[in-house]
Design a binder for this molecule. Sequence first.
Ligand SMILES: [Zn+2]
Ligand SMILES: [Zn+2]
Length: 537
Amino acid sequence: MPVALDVAVEIAKHNGVCIRPVVLRRLDIHTGTTEDVNVPCGTTLEAKCPPCAKRNRYLRMAQCREGWHLDAEPSTTPDEPNEEQRWLVEFRADMQAQRDAADKAGDDTTDLDAVLAGLDEEINAAGMRGTLLGRTTAKRTRSTRRRQDAPDLPRRVRRNTTLGRTFTGSDGATYRPSLFITLTLPSYGRVRAGQGVPVDPDAYDYPRAARDALHFSKLVDRFVQNLRRVAGYDVQYFSSVEPQKRFAPHLHMAVRGTMPRAEIKAIAAATYHQVWWPSVDEVRFEGEHLPVWTERPERAEPYPDGQDGDYLDPVTGELLPTWHEALDRLDADDEAEPLHVVRFGPQVDVQGVLAGTPDADQCIRYLSKYLTKSLGDTLDADDPARRDHAARMIEALRYEPCSAACPNWLRYGVQPKNARAGMSPGRCRGKAHKPEHLGYAGRRVLVSRKWSNKTLAEHKRDRRTWALEALGLADEPTDPHRYVWKPVPAGDDNIPSLALRLLRMVAERQRWRATLLALEARATGQDLSAVELQEAA
Ligand SMILES: [Zn+2]
Ligand SMILES: [Zn+2]
């Protein structure tokens, strides 16, 4: 009997099973056998299905908890790549080959590029240092003339530690206070309390709201740099970016160690980020009047900028400046102003938190509250005022360049970085322009390198080890070279339907859960709580 896919999906969701599993073929080099394995989407791609998002939220909570009040310096020796990292890397190599083939055939590579970017993030999150992608073009050396100078802030002598100060109470106990900081963007116009929609939409500064959202993650980077400069130690943080009702991103940050509240506020007020991009003041091409692509002469050596053509003015035939040329002009122009300067708003909330208190738990839940949602999820389609607010925000983002490679640059007479045929302003497929992202395309969780001393993959392994021990099974160390992972070629007839695969995964999950529940029944007196068992399941 064929199973309806939507029914299988519902059953899978109900059981917390990934609904978009990737099939990978695993060769066991000890036995010479191959097996097709369903790998949860949450392990490979950034776009996670709801069950994977929920599981990742639990992992993030564990990671946040472990790092916040750490009392020993974390070690940062990179581990041997484990099995998961190994196949992520191989999987990436295959996707890169597919992308290059598509590019050669002149096909659109936006989706594959997004997959590769997602894989790079996952590989980094899995604990591999550095990026795997060798640079094909030399990194631009920026003119230092417009280096963003450190704001006028006090500067402490840097101690070589990631741990905050401790205090001894009158009872002799040691206290290790830490901080919970909330940073918000400025006002773009009055909004209705509780609803987040503008009182006067025509007066609301949508262009500024759009640009602030686009460059928000850079502002957060600056804040951390300034924080470390003032704090005088290697400050570690776990933060999450969340949507406000008015659709502006804001940031919650758990910081290890403590500083005076007034100092944090002064740092937030002094932090800014300048966007040194070409001007978008003048619209040069729109409607039917758009730049035209022209191939460069063929030659044996690839062109240094990697392009094999250029965009030119359809009327004059003049070549538009390439991205690098446009930046050179900007550097040479003494009168030039940054395209945008982004700052935080005056609302800065700083809370002192002690390890192990209900306050700390509350903050951890808060930090992970929105991780299963996207920014646009606060968009309520039934409310006409919110619908209108979202539509205006998306319109403001439509022609705003989201990155150096955004096709929108053509509208302002500049070739996007890595320009290729078929680009058209207003048709960028970058995440930032999409209703579910509303300008913020960065990562939702930002964790500093020496936070918990563990990567997400290691937290995952902890949970597995814990569950196996609870079951009285040994967690045998696996030979890291035992398995070779390969993607299954598209159109392979041996792969069962998705519906069937989901139901098999559900059956496995239910077996596992039944065992844990039976164990829970016997666990009275042991240190196993129902919640822990459920999380492990
Ligand atoms: Zn999934
Ligand atoms: Zn774009």
